[in-house]
Design a protein around this ligand. Structure first.
Ligand code: PGA
Length: 263
């Protein structure tokens, strides 16, 4: 696991974008696993910037998002489809037919989840999965207690997740109680993982994920089982790590990208 601790969110976005671009350029038909939420916004902005400068094309890329809420109205600005269109897809040359999200409005949600899993497999699997982490340690919407063997499925959201996401839902605060999420087993099938966390509020979850026992109580601890993981953290998110200074000493950061120095 390459744990990289940087000073600013902008540095994290640049390094994350380099990783994504590296994968897109090295694969004939790249497949990216996408995440929604606040964390990857700067990464998507950086990728759009690089696309605008002609440094990257997503013409032959397919994307699969980790999750989608169940039963949001089609015009909801809180859907992850809306989030992805407005924050990334609409600004690059990704082909519409190649951007997939779980269908949270399907009549048969279980079937939709199974189909999603099959569609990922039919593209040859995910080359790089982008991950955020919830304050409760979730990845995707795999809440504490999720099996490491879990596949794409319908899940109930924890109270902690509903609370964390309430501010996106305006006055009503009516966060859906269910979602379809790619499973932890499915995430671990990806050929590479890129976990990003910023902010003090993520520090405890980051510590549990990277230094705690590998346990479904902290779903993100499953990344310890994967052979190819990059973790990008700012100082605040890294602040609870017992071995923080060792990670800083050993981190592999490309030249030109200043990394955090121990204080
Ligand atoms: P956030 O969510 O990026 O909005 O903090 C991350 C997550 O819940 O996975």
């Amino acid at each position: 696991m390459n744990i990289v601790i940087l000073d600013t969110s902008q540095q994290i976005a640049r390094l994350a974008a380099e990783q994504v671009i590296g994968v897109v350029q090295s694969c004939e038909s790249p497949v990216l696993g996408m995440a929604a939420g606040a964390t990857p916004l700067l990464l998507y902005a950086q990728l759009i910037h690089c696309y605008g400068k002609g440094q990257i094309s997503f013409r032959s890329t397919s994307t699969f998002n980790l999750d989608e809420y169940v039963a949001l109205p089609p015009d909801s600005t809180n859907s992850y489809r809306y989030y992805m269109q407005s924050n990334f897809f609409d600004h690059v040359d990704l082909q519409a037919k190649n951007s997939y999200l779980p269908d949270g409005r399907a009549d048969d949600l279980q079937l939709a989840a199974k189909r999603y899993e099959r569609t990922i497999a039919s593209t040859g699997g995910i080359d790089l999965q982008i991950l955020g982490i919830g304050t409760n340690g979730h990845i995707g919407f795999n809440e504490p207690g999720s099996s490491f063997a879990s596949r794409t499925r319908v899940v109930a959201l924890s109270d902690s997740t509903i609370d964390s996401n309430r501010h996106y839902f305006g006055e009503s605060g009516a966060v859906p109680e269910k979602a379809i999420t790619v499973g932890i087993g499915s995430i671990l099938d990806s050929r590479g993982l890129l976990l990003i966390a910023t902010g003090e509020h993520k520090a405890e979850a980051v510590r549990a994920a990277l230094e705690g026992p590998v346990s479904p109580i902290c779903p993100a601890s499953a990344v310890q089982l994967h052979p190819k993981v990059t973790v990008l953290l700012d100082r605040a998110a890294a602040s609870q790590l017992t071995h923080r200074d060792d990670y800083i000493k050993c981190q592999q950061t490309p030249p030109g990208l200043a990394s955090a120095t121990p204080r």
